[in-house]
Design a protein around this ligand. Structure first.
Ligand SMILES: [Zn+2]
Length: 296
């Protein structure tokens, strides 16, 4: 009990550094990385943000060798075809989401690079650049532009659009990370962020099996207010906020079954997607949140 009350102490709010969070009772999770040990999520009683414990000042070690699920380990055959179709559709949607067609676009935290590649395909004439922790590009971007995070400082910071899809929840200090992301956009450029929603209807239904908890990889768990707060505190002007239905039923079912995420679960996720979409619409509690902001 002593230990529990110690980590429930007030803490600096990760999405609004001038504020103090009143972190509630820790909720325990399995360590999906196998490298951290006991992990838990604490939720602020005031602002609703969720914080993964223990804190990790540098998370790069979690992604060594691109072994985590974030890099969509090589898929072939039908699984590959399904992902190609889904990512290409999402890329077209993202392009429509931007207020103007960009001439230069940066995909910060590009992971497997498949989405970056699809963006390049649907945006002919736009220079699409992927960026991530690693020195070498992911296989998907072998013949595309890739700049390691550490070398972004050498790149002209004049991107019309900088996107970070499911990225800022991977860092203990999302305000500092959003500042780094936004630093690459030109003045008047657009920054688009997408994160899982801690207030998602599925978090209640599936509990710890809901795939978007994904701890310790996910460090900060946002709701609408905390996502807006992080964007404003990073000096950006919020322009649009939207709900996103993130296909996560397949992986959630695999978690429930304690099984690997095989083609069977991918297909189950495809079949259940309309149900997922409908319940998120009905409840107004989507699986993911998107925000577009303007850099002043
Ligand atoms: Zn708080």
């Amino acid at each position: 009990m002593t230990q529990m009350s110690a980590i429930s102490a007030p803490a600096i709010c990760p999405v609004s550094p001038d504020g103090i969070c009143d972190l509630g009772t820790p909720r325990s999770f399995d360590d999906r990385s196998g490298r951290v040990g006991a992990v838990s999520v604490l939720r602020c009683r005031h602002c609703g943000v969720g914080v993964t414990h223990p804190p990790l000042a540098d998370v790069a070690f979690l992604y060594e060798g691109r072994g985590s699920q974030d890099f969509q380990p090589t898929t072939v055959g039908l699984a590959r075809t399904i992902k190609d179709i889904a990512f290409r559709r999402d890329a077209r949607r993202l392009v429509r989401y931007l207020s103007a067609t960009p001439r230069r676009l940066l995909d910060f935290g590009c992971g497997s690079g498949l989405f970056t590649r699809c963006l390049g395909d649907v945006l002919p004439g736009c220079e699409v650049v992927g960026s991530d922790f690693h020195d070498e590009p992911p296989a998907e971007l072998a013949d595309r532009r890739y700049v390691p995070n550490a070398r972004l400082v050498q790149e002209s910071a004049d991107f019309d659009a900088v996107i970070a899809m499911h990225v800022i929840e991977h860092d203990d200090d999302p305000v500092a990370l959003v500042r780094r992301i936004a630093a690459m956009a030109r003045s008047g450029g657009t920054v688009v962020l997408e994160v899982p929603n801690i207030d998602c209807v599925w978090a209640n239904i599936f509990g710890e099996a809901w795939d978007a908890w994904y701890v310790p990889f996910h460090r900060i768990h946002f709701n609408r207010a905390s996502l807006r707060s992080v964007v404003e505190n990073a000096g950006l002007v919020v322009e649009r906020e939207s709900d996103v239905c993130l296909p996560s039923m397949g992986r959630t079912l695999a978690n429930l079954a304690g099984a690997r995420n095989t083609l069977f679960f991918l297909l189950a996720g495809v079949v259940l997607h309309p149900v997922q979409w409908a319940l998120e619409r009905l409840t107004g509690r989507p699986s993911a949140l998107r925000i577009a902001a303007r850099k002043p």
